[in-house]
Ligand binder design. Sequence first.
Ligand SMILES: Nc1ncnc2c1ncn2[C@@H]1O[C@H](COP(=O)(O)OP(=O)(O)OP(=O)(O)O)[C@@H](O)[C@H]1O
Ligand SMILES: [Mg+2]
Length: 361
Amino acid sequence: MSANLEISGLRKVFHTGKPAVDDVSFTVEAGEIVVLLGPSGCGKTTTLRCVAGLEHPTGGTIRIGDALVSDPAHGLLVPPRARNVGMVFQSYAVWPHMTVRQNVAYPLKHRGLSGAEAARKVDGALDLVDLAQYAERPVVQLSGGQMQRVALARSMVYEPRLLLLDEPLSNLDAQLRLRLRDDLRRIIKAAGLTALYVTHDQLEAVVLGDRIGVMQQGRLLQMAAPEEVYNRPADLFVASFTGASNFLPGVLRTRQGEFGTIELAGGHTMQAWCAAALAPGTAVTLAIRPENIRLEAASAVNRFEAMVVSQRFQGVQTAYALGLAGTTIEALATGTTMRHPAGTTVTLNIPPEVCWAYPAP
Ligand SMILES: Nc1ncnc2c1ncn2[C@@H]1O[C@H](COP(=O)(O)OP(=O)(O)OP(=O)(O)O)[C@@H](O)[C@H]1O
Ligand SMILES: [Mg+2]
């Protein structure tokens, strides 16, 4: 049976003294896939290893289903084997001298199952990862993606309460990565597993996760559905890590509910969505994703004239550098034709709901 996972106030401080995981709290519901996303060194693997029991947390509690498995303040630490958690790592940790079937059957060895029952579970797991026809093959004769699916089948065969995956696609080539990325979600959902998945790849996070948690320097900055992380980033870091690359300095002049009027350089004003506690008079940074800038006069709000500084043809899209409010911003236009030569003036529109204002750093 899949269980929920509940992490509360998790801390891990290594001998270096700087917390690798710093007061992290979140829940993964039974059957849900949560992805931890963040740059290298932000504490993703350490969080996962604490859940698996491979790392001794410094503080906080971890609960899997009804069982408290980690509570260092009360000297409680359930060993990894007793947590009934499946793990898949970046490297294809398969046994090279065994066949596919033997690899997948391995975790069932000491679980007291009958031969027939074990075979049934192995067949089920191989079906799920679409490797049934490779069952008798030595595992070394498989591709990287197939080996990773063997590792996945092996981690699911004993029906763990929780599946932990640490960048399982990062050793695969780009094309295989895309395919397996889509497969993974389907496989995990088909098995009905609760999963915590770690990656630094934002697209992987969006495709796989029911919810995404963005981490930075040991802290969990935001956890929400992918659409919310993408459209209402909690802070400037989340906005920039998930792809906002235009940053404009300004001052918040007035506020109307969730939105505000921001004064930019050169006398421009812009309507923007404002992060929670911003008060009028505050210096702000506006964050805008290049693909949210529309090169057309769709609305009178946030409509500007801008000079095309340069255009870069990228096949299915064109990236434009545009001069606006004393700086240069990037806009993306999809389609295979370039419409705006350098030196011309374009009218652009930025809907206020995709202009986000944060306190200036
Ligand atoms: N055994 C250890 N001893 C000391 N410091 C450690 C140890 N393991 C991890 N750290 C530190 O803890 C921090 C978080 O590391 P972690 O491996 O969790 O990052 P990550 O988010 O998984 O990064 P990556 O994307 O590179 O895998 C880093 O600063 C790292 O150097
Ligand atoms: Mg890691």
